[in-house]
Design a binder for this molecule. Structure first.
Ligand code: AVI
Length: 307
């Protein structure tokens, strides 16, 4: 729960943290949409270019006999291209999974002309479990995990997530996973610290959300957005740095916490991968990497893992 997670993250000893899943309230989701069109954030455009390129190949691999599951509710062009390619004569059954009912409703509205949409509200794994238990026999599942969301897991968690997904699939099912690749450090830093300050606003909105929903008294001007690259872990880390010594009261969660000047809240990790690493992670989880597509303008890989 939000209040518990905020209390745990801000009162534990050592590095303060907040879970990145809480970025996406209405304001945060709108700011994320803005991030995806920033010139410095090449990730979403690379993902889209690749999906457009590979969608016809998916059609050849599966013909029209596949049900599509998406981890996250895709409403945009990427999912559209895949559904258009796969639909053949019969409409595809499409199961978007998301914790947000409003995102699912939007997705159903956008894509129902192309597919039979069965929105599933819940976490990725619980949703996939429900779909796997009631799947129509005979049809393989194609699970989409696009946009490098896998990079927001710790590496170990990403590996065990793939294992969990694999356990719910049958041989012949597939997972299409998008992952941002390691590139020049200045390019990665700019993607997460754009000069227009959109990513800073996205990060700071987490404190604004705590103010709105948990009656906290964060003064946003007393914090500054920071993006760092950890070379060893191959990840961007997003932080909010306190500019002053301060005490914050979070009335709705029943606690207060102190910040020293320059102390940070670690809000997100965005892991970057080597292309072969995705296939290795897939094979460790019980998949075979059947194909991989890499964008030429912005190093990003789409990997088709077969169970
Ligand atoms: C959603 N996720 C893949 C984004 C990323 O790049 O890790 C979230 C994001 N955070 C800051 N900018 C974008």
């Amino acid at each position: 729960m939000f209040a518990d997670d905020v209390r745990d993250g801000l009162t534990k000893p050592g590095q303060k943290t907040l879970p990145c899943e809480y970025f996406y309230d209405a304001v945060g989701s709108a700011l994320f949409e803005a991030i995806t069109v920033l010139p410095e954030y090449g990730l979403t455009r690379a993902d889209a270019r690749l999906i457009r390129r590979l969608a016809p190949e998916l059609e050849r691999e599966f013909r029209s006999s596949v049900s599509v599951v998406e981890l996250g509710s895709g409403s945009g062009t990427k999912t559209r291209w895949i559904l258009e390619s796969l639909r053949g004569r019969d409409p595809v059954q499409y199961y978007p999974i998301d914790v947000s009912a409003s995102a699912l409703a939007h997705c159903a509205q956008e894509l129902s002309a192309l597919a039979q949409v069965f929105p599933v509200e819940g976490s990725y794994l619980s949703g996939l479990h429900r779909i796997a238990c009631q799947r129509p026999s005979g049809k393989p599942l194609l699970v989409l995990f696009l946009g490098s969301t896998i990079g927001n897991f710790d590496r170990a968690a990403a590996g065990s997530f793939l294992c969990d997904v694999r356990q719910m699939l049958r041989p012949g099912d597939a997972l299409l996973v998008g992952a941002d690749l390691v590139k020049a450090v200045p390019d990665m830093l700019l993607a997460y610290d754009d000069p227009a300050g959109v990513t800073a606003a996205f990060n700071l909105n987490l404190l604004a959300r705590i103010n709105r929903e948990l009656e906290a008294d964060f003064k946003l001007r007393n914090f500054v957005h920071e993006a760092r690259y950890d070379d060893r872990e191959r990840r961007i880390e997003m932080h909010l740095r306190s500019k002053v010594d301060q005490r914050i009261c979070v009335r709705g969660a029943g606690f207060a916490c102190e910040f020293e000047r320059d102390e940070t809240i670690w809000t997100e990790s965005c892991h970057k991968f080597h292309a072969e690493e995705i296939c290795e992670m897939g094979s460790d989880a019980g998949f075979t990497c059947a194909a991989q597509w890499i964008d030429e303008q912005w190093p990003f890989a789409e990997s088709l893992l077969i169970a």
